[in-house]
Design a protein around this ligand. Structure first.
Ligand SMILES: [Zn+2]
Length: 162
């Protein structure tokens, strides 16, 4: 019988330690940064971006305590940097900050009604995941309610134009 390389490789992969060694080598390559450039290109593909966004959301939904712990640790370790970059963002775009504040107040008071789904793709999302997109910050209550994916796409479009 002729040598069947595919069958041999399948059997070889089942030997003790082979899968672990492979995984370790993949991990080393990933950590070495040699794939960073390609990964950056790959992750910026629209279909990959949407898939990653959904997967990350699913992970956050399933592991809320892990995510909260990681966020808290990150904030405590980078407290000064975080406060500084927030202050810088507000100083750079004060009209954005004001518009968001006014909109949030209006939603709290029931002046503005937040819908239950994205006005662009129709996806039903939890209230805190629905973003009010400002086309014009001088009209703080005039927003389009978008899910995070549509909002991200909209922002990238704006940034490409600007
Ligand atoms: Zn959407």
């Amino acid at each position: 019988m002729a040598f069947d390389r595919k069958a041999y490789n399948r059997e070889y992969a089942k030997r003790p330690g082979v899968a672990e060694r492979r995984r370790e080598r993949q991990r080393e390559r990933y950590r070495s940064g040699e794939c960073d450039e390609w990964l950056g290109e790959y992750r910026s593909r629209p279909e990959v971006r949407v898939r990653r966004c959904r997967n990350q959301r699913r992970y956050r939904d399933r592991n809320p305590e892990k995510v909260r712990g990681a966020q808290r640790r990150y904030f405590l370790e980078h407290r000064e940097k975080m406060n500084k970059s927030r202050a810088e963002a507000i100083a750079r775009f004060p009209e954005k900050h004001k518009a968001r504040g006014k909109l949030n107040k209006a939603v709290e008071r029931g002046v503005v009604n937040k819908p239950g789904s994205c006005s662009r793709c129709g996806e039903e999302v939890e209230s805190h995941r629905l973003h009010g997109h400002h086309a014009d910050y001088s009209k703080p209550l005039d927003v389009e309610w978008l899910c995070s994916i549509c909002h991200g796409a909209e922002r990238r479009k704006d940034e490409a134009v600007a």
